[in-house]
Each structure stands twice: as structure tokens, then as C-alpha cells.
Design a protein around this ligand. Structure first.
Ligand code: NOJ
Length: 745
């Protein structure tokens, strides 16, 4: 008998399951799984293992790049030994690869293409930590939507984002890629990014990958890749919630992290990958390893060799192997030896095929690789306007003495000084995909364009970001002397944060602070613009600069956004998603810490503190000023008692008491006063960003339910405990009004 073609078989299977007959209709999920099973039933063990293999193949991107697929990859694709590529970019190139899979491999299973689209594909948005400072999930969702649109138009199906690791140690360079220190804010941001990337999965969207699962941000000493060891309770209450939020928002993939937790590397942890993810949370997508994280089980001392590593990871529930080649080399042998069950391989294959079906790749494998779309959708005005909007909203005003900002349009001359003032590369930040410095507007350019020759703008670099030369100081001081105000652009280089970019110091690198000190001597007002991917310890600037604007690495529109904010076209309303310490010696320092038996009291010697520092950080979590001022009044709880069936309405009036229209983020924190286990001094439970015209007052309301008070109790259940609570409402985590209420049984 003539062999049936795979597609005919799929069709017959669908027919069998009720398509076109009067049998009961399948639900979409049943139909999907029938389609997946129909493909699986055709696959040899080798072909199954091939689906679990992801390799990297990077070529430059752009219209001038020559498309050529190396022979090794051609052969692997033909043999069905690759399920996915990362770093293969471009409509034309991904088309060439896909064509081999679809035309020359036996089962014609399409490839899936992944890339780190972390804060933009070509139009680079602010780094994720900066985006989180917007405290606007809807803005984050919009940003992810545009990032997805550009990437999807360049052949990409899948981004390795959002990075949802909670980070309480700013020495860890990857703090830049996430949403900061708080599980509540982090969860909202995680879900928003997943929604924005994935939306309804047309070819204008891409699938998300919540990473790095899990606990990666807890690296000892902030050293990247380092050992993580915290209690199950802290893990569940602090580090896991953003992953759960991403899964609940429908994230189709998760990336297993490099680190170990309490002795078990994540990439070999059945507890993480199967028990929690698949069984407890009902995750239906697939897990990809981090780059060679399966192979690194050997370095961890958890596997004896690559074969053993593959055995551990597959059995743990890790579906796709990024770059270690352990699965493709050893799984068949492991299956022969009975060390890995084919059913488990099938489970992983099904998860991957399911996502490929959901992306529509079996219907049209080329739906993401259309050259015309690529030309049309990338670096458009629309995307750039969106990036500018996000950039403006990401900025946090840390100081504004005597309302030196907004800059006056009557100034005659502005000195724009500093190693980041005219940089076209650093504003891109780390992990900037196809971002190109030619597309970046520097602060100098942004200010010049903004003032349009009406104000004289003079520039001096002053010093480099990170060397010891003070040769440029003299010129910088001369320019400052002749200016009405100095805009001093300081910070880090783009490669000081991100992967493998831990720093032992949080001070400004090089001689930047010395430059600021020289400029201060001129007596001219100094407005500092900071560009960085992590909290910096800047007490001298806080005491001596007249204003400080935290601009982060804000992407291609950095200069435009900063100019608009400095001149008051946009009144900054961002808030810190992470605590800024006074010095690195205070780290870890985060707002939702615990009380101790001897909590900080500077007057009492035997308390928990540093002898040489105040108890407080430089800027607390949730902090950020505006060109206007706000007051919070009439803070009320609808009841002093809360029950499981009921809720409490928290209300407060927020008034714009200053001279500009502006936005305030009203924040709700809760403290559980006594628990079966100790509880944090405060936990963020809600926030609202409110726009208020000059003099305007609005009422803001939050609802507290019993479920908002749940945590991992002494018996390891996730539940609330009756008793007294405090509700705090304020403009940041350190400055809040408070009232008590009780959760009654
Ligand atoms: C390693 C990084 O840890 C991860 O975040 C990234 O997605 C992969 N490499 C792929 O580039």
C-alpha cells in the first residue's frame, strides 16, 4: 500500500475526531491535542528528540546581509534533528531555514525561532527596570506589543522575555532586566509583558518566555550564576509569584535558570519543573533550558557527564535543550538503556508541538517570514513614538531643590557635560537585540533639537565613564562657568549591567563624582541626569546636586525624552521599583524586610544596624518626585473588620497642591502584625497612578480582600491568618499614613 503523507494523516485524524461529521464538536484544546497527537504518532524516536534540540545560529540582520545556511545546520534540519533556533533573524533568513524543514525533512515539522527581545527588537525601549518605574502595566503591555510586532516582522516567533526574577541585590547586573525587588509589582509587570507579547497569537505577536526559573536573582553576593539558598517560604512568597503570574497570564514558555537552589540546580529540579510548574500550576507550555544549563549540571557537581546531565534534566521535566546538545547526543541511548522513558520524551515533544500549532506554523510555516512586512513594520514612526512615551514615563525625579527643574526657556546658555551626554551607544542599555546606535538621540542632540537655537548649548565630555583621566575637567569647568545651568550626564556604561555584569561597588565609576565636585565649585546649578541599569549609591550627588533625574538606559529616544522631561513638557511621574542604598555596604536593603528581635534604633547600641550609617536607604522603594506637589488626606477604611466573604474599601483623597499638572502613584501597603511565622514590615498590595491638574483633588480607592492577606504559613499552606493588620497609604514605601484593621473569622 502506498504510504500516506503526514498531512493526509493529520487530516484523517481530524476527520476522525469529529471534523465535518455529526460527532460532537471538540473543544479548541481537544482539537489542539488531537492535532499534536496525530503528528506525534508519525514520529520516530530520533525525530522526537530532534524537536527537543535548540541551537544558536546568528547572522547579522538587515537588508544587506547575505543569506546562507551552513551545511551542518542544513543536514541537521533535513534529518529532523533541530526543533528550534535562537538568534536566527530576518524574514529572508528564517524563510530559508524554514524552507529546509518544510520541504526537505521527512515530517515537515516547522522550526520555531527564538531571540532575546528584552526591551525592543530594533526600536529600543527603556531597559525593563526603567519600564517598571512607570508603575503602569498598561504602558508595559503596549511596549511589549510593539516589541513583538517588530520581532514578529523579522521572522521571530518567540522572545526570551519577560525576565521576572526578583532582585534585592543591585550588585547583580541582571537587576536591569527585571522589574526590581517587589513580588506584587513584579507580578503585574510580568503578566503585562506576557499579554503584550502574545496577545491573540497572530503573526503580529510572539510567544513569551518567563525566565529564569527560578530564584536566579538571589545569587550570593550578587555574583551572577552564583549559589542561591533561601527558605521554601521566602522562595514561594517572594521569588515565585511573578512566575505564577506569567503562567496565569498564559506564558507559553519558561526558561530554567543556571543557578542551584538549596543544592539542586534548577535545570535538574523535578520539584521546580514538574511538581510546581506542571502539577501545581497546570502549566501547559514548554520549558527551555538556559544556554547550556543542562551541560552546566556537570560543573555544579550534579551530573557526572553530559549524558547523565540529559538524563537528569529530561526526567526533571526540562523540555528543550538550548545549546548543550545533551538531548540530541544522548537521549536515544538513555531511552535504550531504560534511564529515560519514551513517555516522558513524548510529553516534552507534545508540549513543543502544541506551541508550534498555536503559533499557526503547521497551517503556514512562513507566516512570520514576509519581507514586505519586515520592511513596513520595523522602526516606524508609530513604534518610535511608543518608545518615547515609555521613556518619558520611566524617568524618576530623585531631587529637585528649589524647583530648579523644569529648565527655564529664558536661559541663555546651558552646559551639557559628562561622559553620557553625547553617547549614542549607552542609552541602548544591555540586551538591545538589533538596536543600532545610529538610531539613538543623545541628550546633547535632544536638548539642541528641543531649544532650536533659542538657547546656546555648549558641550564637554569632562571624563570617560570608567577611567582615571581628569584631563577633560578644565574644559568642562570653563563651559560650566559660562553657562546658566549645567546638565550633567553621569552613570554606567551599557555593559556594566546585564548578564555576567555584577559590580562590587555601586558608586559612579571612574572619576565622574570628582568631575561633579569640580563643577560644583563653579557655583552653577547642577542638574544630574543618571543613566544606569541598577541602583547606584550617590549620597554626594544627593547632597550637592540641585536636581537629579534617574533616566535609566532609556533607549533610542533617550535624548528626546530627557529634553522633554527637563523642560517640563512631560512632568516626571515614575517611581523607583527598587531601593537605592546609601552605600554598597547596606546591601541587601529592601523595603519589605522583616522585623527582628532588636529592630533598628540608633540610640540603642544592641540593635540591628550599622554603626556608621542611618537605618534608611538613600531613596526608598516607590519613591519619586514630580514638578508639582501632592497631599494625601481623608484616609479611611470602610470597616475595621474584614471577613472572608467581605472586603474593606480603602479610600484617600489625593490633591495636586503645586504649580503643574502631574501624576502621583498612590501606593497601598499592608502589614500583618502577628503571624504563625514572622511577616514583612510592609508589603505592596495595590497602587494607582492618578493624573491631576493643578489644584485638582481626586478620591482614590483600593479594595482589600481576604485573599490579599495570604502567605505561606507555618504549616506551609498559602492562606491568611485572622488577626490585626495595618494598612498604609502613601507616595512611597517609607512615607505613608496608616490605620489598623482586623481579619476576623
Ligand atoms: C543566557 C541568558 O541567561 C538568557 O537570559 C538568554 O535568554 C539566553 N542566554 C539566550 O541568549
Amino acid at each position: 500500500m502506498k504510504k500516506l503523507t503526514p498531512y493526509l494523516l493529520i487530516f484523517l485524524t481530524l476527520f476522525w475526531f469529529g471534523f465535518g461529521s455529526d460527532k460532537p464538536q471538540l473543544t479548541p484544546e481537544e482539537l489542539l491535542s488531537a492535532r499534536v497527537d496525530s503528528v506525534l504518532s508519525l514520529m520516530s524516536l530520533d525525530e522526537k528528540i530532534g524537536q527537543l534540540n535548540q541551537l544558536s545560529y546568528g547572522i547579522g540582520w538587515g537588508p544587506t546581509v547575505k543569506v546562507s545556511v551552513p551545511n551542518e545546520y542544513k543536514e541537521l534540519i533535513k534529518e529532523g534533528k533541530i526543533g528550534s533556533f535562537l538568534n536566527a533573524i530576518g524574514a529572508e533568513f528564517t524563510y530559508e531555514l524554514q524552507k529546509i524543514a518544510v520541504n526537505e525533512s521527512r515530517l515537515k515539522i516547522p522550526l520555531i525561532f527564538g531571540l532575546d527581545v528584552i526591551h525592543g527588537f530594533k526600536t529600543i525601549f527603556p531597559v525593563p527596570l526603567g519600564e517598571a518605574a512607570t508603575w503602569q502595566p498598561e504602558i508595559i503591555e503596549m511596549s511589549a506589543h510593539y516589541q513583538a510586532l517588530e520581532a514578529a516582522s523579522a521572522g521571530i516567533h518567540w522572545t526570551f522575555s519577560p525576565m521576572v526574577d526578583i532582585a534585592r541585590d543591585p550588585r547583580w547586573g541582571r537587576i536591569m532586566e527585571g522589574s526590581g525587588e517587589d513580588p506584587y509589582l513584579g507580578s503585574l509587570m510580568a503578566a503585562a509583558r506576557v499579554r503584550g507579547y502574545q496577545e491573540n497569537l497572530s503573526n503580529l505577536n510572539i510567544i513569551a518566555c518567563a525566565k529564569h526559573y527560578a530564584g536566579y536573582g538571589g545569587a550570593e553576593g550578587g555574583r551572577d550564576y552564583n549559589t542561591v539558598d533561601f527558605s521554601e517560604r521566602t522562595f514561594r512568597d517572594v521569588y515565585l509569584p511573578p512566575f505564577k503570574a506569567a503562567v496565569d497570564a498564559g506564558a507559553h514558555t519558561i526558561m530554567a535558570s543556571f543557578n542551584e537552589i538549596g543544592g539542586i540546580p534548577s535545570s535538574g529540579s523535578k520539584r521546580l519543573l514538574t511538581d510546581i510548574l506542571r502539577d501545581e500550576w497546570g502549566f501547559k507550555g514548554f520549558v527551555v533550558s538556559d544556554w547550556n544549563s543542562i551541560g552546566e549540571l556537570i560543573n555544579h557537581g550534579f551530573a557526572s557527564d553530559l549524558k547523565h546531565a540529559g538524563q537528569i534534566s529530561l526526567n526533571a521535566g526540562l523540555d528543550m535543550d538550548m545549546e548543550s546538545r545533551s538531548y540530541i547526543t544522548h537521549l536515544k541511548e538513555l531511552e535504550d538503556e531504560g534511564k529515560v522513558d519514551e513517555d516522558l520524551i513524548d510529553e516534552s515533544v507534545k508540549r513543543i508541538l502544541r506551541v508550534k500549532f498555536m503559533l499557526g506554523l503547521f497551517d503556514d510555516p512562513y507566516r512570520y517570514c514576509q519581507k514586505e512586512r519586515e520592511q513596513k513594520n520595523i522602526m516606524t514612526d508609530e513604534v518610535r513614538i511608543a518608545a518615547l512615551e515609555v521613556a518619558k514615563r520611566s524617568m524618576v525625579l530623585l531631587k529637585n531643590e528649589k524647583n530648579i527643574l523644569p529648565l527655564k526657556k529664558t536661559y541663555k546658555r546651558i552646559g551639557v557635560i559628562g561622559p553620557l551626554a553625547n553617547s549614542k551607544t549607552h542609552p541602548l542599555g544591555g540586551w538591545s537585540a538589533m538596536g543600532d546606535s545610529v538610531d539613538v538621540t543623545t541628550v546633547l542632540e535632544g536638548l539642541k533639537n528641543y531649544v532650536d537655537k533659542k538657547i546656546d548649548i555648549a558641550y564637554a565630555e569632562g571624563c570617560k565613564i570608567d577611567d582615571n583621566s581628569t584631563a577633560g575637567f578644565k574644559n568642562a569647568v570653563n563651559i560650566a562657568k559660562k553657562s546658566d545651568v549645567v546638565v550633567l550626564c553621569l552613570g554606567e556604561s551599557r555593559d556594566m549591567s546585564g548578564e555576567a555584569c555584577s559590580r562590587s561597588s555601586l558608586d559612579l565609576p571612574g572619576v565622574q563624582e570628582a568631575l561633579a565636585k569640580e563643577l560644583k565649585k563653579t557655583g552653577k546649578p547642577i542638574v544630574v541626569v543618571l543613566m544606569n541599569g541598577r541602583p547606584l549609591s550617590i549620597p554626594w550627588l544627593n547632597d550637592n546636586a540641585n536636581a537629579i533625574l534617574e533616566a535609566w538606559f532609556s533607549g533610542v529616544t533617550a535624548g528626546e525624552a530627557i529634553a522633554k522631561v527637563l523642560f517640563g513638557d512631560y512632568n516626571p511621574g515614575g517611581k523607583l521599583p527598587v531601593t537605592f542604598p546609601r552605600t554598597v555596604g547596606q546591601v541587601p536593603i529592601y523595603y519589605n524586610h522583616k522585623n527582628t528581635g532588636r529592630s533598628g534604633d540608633l540610640k540603642n547600641h544592641y540593635t540591628s544596624k550599622y554603626l556608621d550609617l542611618p537605618l534608611t536607604p538613600l531613596y526608598p522603594f516607590g519613591y519619586g518626585l514630580s514638578y508639582t506637589t501632592f497631599s494625601l488626606n481623608d484616609f479611611n477604611l470602610s470597616s475595621g473588620n474584614l471577613t472572608e466573604e467581605d472586603s474593606i474599601i480603602v479610600s484617600v483623597k489625593v490633591k495636586n497642591t503645586g504649580n503643574y499638572d502631574g501624576e502621583e502613584v498612590v501606593q497601598l501597603y499592608i502589614q500583618d502584625l502577628v503571624g504563625s511565622v514572622t511577616r514583612p514590615v510592609k508589603e505592596l498590595k495595590g497602587f494607582k497612578k492618578v493624573m491631576l491638574k493643578r489644584g485638582e483633588e481626586k478620591s482614590v480607592q483600593f479594595t482589600i480582600h481576604e485573599k490579599d492577606l495570604r502567605f505561606t504559613t507555618a504549616d506551609m499552606k498559602f492562606k491568611s491568618e485572622p488577626g490585626k493588620f495595618k494598612a498604609f497609604v502613601g507616595a512611597n514605601s517609607a512615607d505613608a499614613l496608616e490605620k489598623e484593621f482586623e481579619l476576623v473569622e
